[in-house]
Design a protein around this ligand. Structure first.
Ligand code: CA2
Length: 145
């Protein structure tokens, strides 16, 4: 059976493509999911792509990923900058986790420069637009081969 990676998305990412195209581009989250699924298929693995606006749900999904996946790519949205709960959940699971962002958070407001989850992750990818998702999946593939 092929390897599965979870791709988890946090708050407001369901709004992609509908507002703020100058920062996040014109693709919807469904477009990004389709790109990730196509990349996964080309590379012999599969993805489980999810979005929630709720911190606890993301914690539950990280726990689930520990049993059900080979690794996690996470765009935790604004929870990146605030969530000790996500930091602890990432530390608690065995699967490798890659943090990703569409925008270059370091070129934006100062409150986006700090990631609560980065120290718990294998690495961080940001600033490449929706292609950041593909780069995160490529990193997971390399980490788990
Ligand atoms: O650049 C990223 O991927 C972010 O994780 C996006 C988050 C932001 O809080 C992070 O600092 C960086 C925001 C999620 C998307 O928010 C939208 C708001 C309005 C319209 C469309 C998307």
């Amino acid at each position: 059976m092929s390897k599965i990676f979870f791709v988890l998305n946090g708050p407001n990412l369901n709004m992609l493509g509908k507002r703020e195209p100058g920062i996040y581009g014109g693709k919807t989250l469904a477009d990004i999911e389709a790109d990730c699924a196509a990349y996964a298929k080309d590379n012999g693995f599969s993805i489980d792509f999810r979005q929630s606006n709720h911190e606890g749900t993301l914690v539950d999904w990280l726990h689930e990923a520990s049993e059900a996946s080979a690794g996690v790519a996470i765009n935790a949205g604004a929870y990146t900058h605030t969530s000790v709960a996500l930091h602890d959940a990432i530390r608690a699971i065995g699967a490798p986790v890659v943090e990703l962002h569409i925008s270059n958070v370091h070129a934006r407001e100062e409150f986006r420069h700090k990631s609560m989850i980065a120290p718990a992750c294998k690495g961080v990818i940001c600033g490449f637009g929706p292609h950041s998702y593909i780069l995160a999946l490529q990193a997971l593939k390399n980490l788990t081969q």
